[in-house]
Design a binder for this molecule. Sequence first.
Ligand code: UD1
Length: 417
Amino acid sequence: MDKFVVSGGRALDGEVAISGAKNAALPMLAASLLSAEPLRLSNLPELRDVQTMRRLLEMLGAEVRAEASGRICASLAAPKSLSAPYDLVRTMRASILVLGPLLGRFGRADVSLPGGCAIGARPVDIHVDALRSMGAEVKIRGGHISARSKGLRGARIDLPLPTVTGTENVMMAAALADGDTVIENAAREPEVRDLAGCLNAMGARISGAGGSKITISGVRRLHGAEREILPDRIEAGTYLVAGAMTGGRVALRFSGELALGEVAAALRKAGAKVRFGEGFAELDMAGRRPRSVNLATAPWPGFPTDMQAQFTALNAIASGHALVRESVFEQRFMHVAELKRMGADIEPLGREVLIRGVRQLQAAPVMATDLRASASLVLAALVAEGETVIHRVYHMDRGYERIEQKFSALGAEIRRV
Ligand code: UD1
């Protein structure tokens, strides 16, 4: 299993290009199941999760062709199977995204239950209830979701929580349903809006995505389309935090100032100069130590839970004390125990942690537990004294494209062994 060896202590200085967003790429790939005609996606990141989704589509009978670097073409003329097996679902929860499109188009889908994972229980009850209210018969047996319908009907769906993939599943199922579906308390994340744009390019009639009320007027069929995936705001945020922690300067080829709203605000509170321009973002810390920032995660437009671990690492070496609250997931502090092994002073207080910044972290062998927790360990290693070995970096490969090459381009000393 691959490891990263990181020598800490260098201020980052350089420029990197930000890849397409994982969380937009995965639902768009799933959307290709809605049409027999090709969906062409560009700016597709090369990630393990993208490969997993591709394997899943192929297993279902889709034709998937890589046309060039970062370009893929997918279509499903006739399904080979309508089930997503446990082997794939357990490696990637987002496999649940095939449930809506398969049920909407073919009236049938069997998807293994994702079950628990490293960041809490993460149930899919809201997805299931929403599809039931559209007339689907859904049984859950033997670790399996089995959904059937003789034609979904539009419905009014009030989500108890603004679940991201839940909203996306309903949008995809409703695109081919009979009549209008209205989703209240919908997730408002930029990736949800990007998926709606992709579905509309395929002939769907969706309005309001990006807001909390989305209306989908069902159509009889969807056609092929071309779409560019939006840039990854979490990848961008991770490199900016790395710049801030090392007292360095990081320039990103990235367009998406609005998508970084709360993250940029938190970086400025930490003392960084953050600037956006046409197609770029730049952070300059000018050799200073960051100041602590209190934060609480929340659904968009709040502070993203996918940036919480990285800011926990920043606070670990900042001047002052910070409270970081995780409000989206029940257990998302797996990185805390590992950061403490490196000398961080972090006190867990239920869904909150109190972080007392220390001047210096020390290298230690640590273990990645989930995607964003792994990112926080790399960030901590970049400022630690000595050589940190990070085990199980396959978690990072799920969501960061060529991470060691990008960090090396910024002047970090990081190797994969
Ligand atoms: C998506 C993102 C993930 C991000 C998360 C929150 C993708 C592929 N993944 O995950 O990177 O961290 O949004 O921004 O886009 N919940 C239920 N029942 C459900 C569904 C969700 O109780 O049926 C709860 C979850 O346990 C969690 C909260 O709702 O506490 C939000 O989760 P959700 O938005 O669904 O996350 P994902 O869509 O899985």
